[in-house]
Design a binder for this molecule. Structure first.
Ligand code: PLP
Length: 415
């Protein structure tokens, strides 16, 4: 399946979804970006340069780990995990960011802007900017600044300016709006590093291309390590970049692809971010593209909620709206409660610390794997590591010792 073979005049469309709904003023940078992406795709040295950079800078290929303890504990199918958490900066986000850094260099840009939710994309972007010598500004919802303070600290230490966005729900969608506003004013010098497979064409195509490195590796590794392809692949979906990254390795295989959205406090509540797994999403156009959004009847965006800041977004990749519509990807949701329980189980049984986002994929996979046969295998994408979530998890678990530690620290700062 070639998702990026567009019909003439329908460039950037995945079925009825996608496109580039942009103000006239953004036409020029968008056209410039489309040309640069095409030139990079046509240049066989570009992909090798990207792979070499990821190998020497980020530690790729990331391994696949067999979860023997959990497999025995749960019974049913065998569980394998793709370890995107082992990338430099701790998540898959760095794949896309380093790729876009190479594109920005080709375009002769000197300044980089980005939006971030959980902060992983922001840290990756600030890291890339430091490495390549770009000036760097990161937009982040004020609520996410509060939830993900350790990542804000790192971005600032890496030399980036972090701008808290106080509009709307003060989360990812508001940060994207603010980054777009900056881009409109400064595109001569500035490249906008969008962090997921959303936004106007060519962003979904470009981000999916860089993230396809996950699936390319994973397919080969499963054949080497497990001796066969997995029956199912699970990945969490915020915008959809880690999921489309791993799924691209298996699109043409008889492998079931399962995408897990944030079920928050439950799909019956209004506190979730499940655009496709709930019946609350509807088709609309916002932030430059057409897809399923959580919006009211007037097209006003609703507030979303998830314990995982990186999944707390109102839109889903247009590529996924299409893949869900044609039945190639199954969409499900996991609640915060299920996610925290899965997170604890994976830590206790396997010594892995997944990001809360990735723990959504674990939550569903671990629920389904006992119903599978022992000769069947599943692959879970561990999109990132959980260090950044220490405050959120300690709070969710109401950890007594952690509370004491915070109180003590606060007291030290008072004097
Ligand atoms: C570790 C991790 N996984 C997943 C996501 C969700 O994004 P996406 O759906 O683009 O992979 C994020 C977003 O910040 C993240 O930090």
């Amino acid at each position: 399946m070639d998702l990026f073979k567009f019909e003439h005049g329908r460039e950037g469309y995945y079925g009825e979804f996608g496109g580039a709904f942009i103000p006239e003023i953004l036409r020029s940078p968008i056209m410039e970006l489309r040309q640069a992406l095409q030139a990079a795709k046509d240049d066989p040295t570009f992909w090798s340069e990207f792979v070499a950079l990821m190998k020497t800078y980020s530690g790729r290929p990331t391994p696949i780990t067999y979860l023997e303890n959990l497999t025995k504990y749960l019974g049913g199918g065998r569980i394998y995990v793709k370890r995107e958490d082992l990338n430099h900066t701790g998540a898959h986000k760095v794949n896309n960011v380093m790729g876009q850094g190479l594109i920005a260099k080709r375009l002769g840009k000197t300044r980089i802007i980005a939006e971030t939710g959980a902060g992983q994309h922001g840290v990756a972007t600030a890291t890339m900017a430091a490495r390549f010598g770009f000036e760097c500004v990161i937009y982040m919802g004020e609520e996410d600044v509060r939830r993900q303070r350790p990542n804000v600290f790192w971005m600032e230490q890496l030399g980036a300016q972090v701008v808290p966005v106080r509009d709307g729900s003060k989360t990812l969608k508001d940060a994207i709006n603010e980054a777009m506003r900056d881009w409109v004013t400064n595109f001569d010098t500035t490249h906008y590093v969008l962090g997921t497979v959303c936004g106007p064409h060519p962003f979904p195509e470009m981000v999916a291309w860089f993230q396809s490195i996950i699936g390319r590796e994973a397919r080969e590794q499963m054949i080497q390590i497990a001796g066969e392809l997995p029956c199912r692949v699970y990945a969490c979906v915020g915008g959809g970049s880690n999921a489309i990254g791993i799924f691209q390795g298996f699109l043409d295989d008889p492998v079931e692809l399962v995408a897990v959205e944030a079920g928050g406090k439950g799909l019956q509540s209004s506190k979730h971010a499940a655009r496709l797994a709930s019946n609350h999403g509807s088709v609309g156009v916002a932030q430059g593209y057409k897809t399923y959004f959580l919006q009211n009847e007037d097209g006003q965006m609703l507030d979303t909620y998830s314990v995982a800041a990186g999944l707390d977004y109102i839109g889903v990749s247009p590529i996924f709206s299409y893949l869900a519509q044609i039945g190639r990807v199954r969409f499900e949701a996991a609640t915060d409660e299920e996610v925290v329980a899965a997170f604890q189980l994976v830590m206790k049984k396997e010594g892995l610390i997944p990001a809360l986002e990735s723990a959504h994929a674990f939550a569903l996979a671990l629920k389904e794997v006992p119903k599978m046969k022992p000769e069947e295998t599943i692959l879970i994408n561990q999109s990132g590591r959980g260090d950044k979530d220490i405050f959120t998890v300690a709070e969710a678990l109401s950890d007594k010792n952690w509370k004491e530690f915070i109180k003590q620290r606060a007291k030290n700062y008072e004097s």
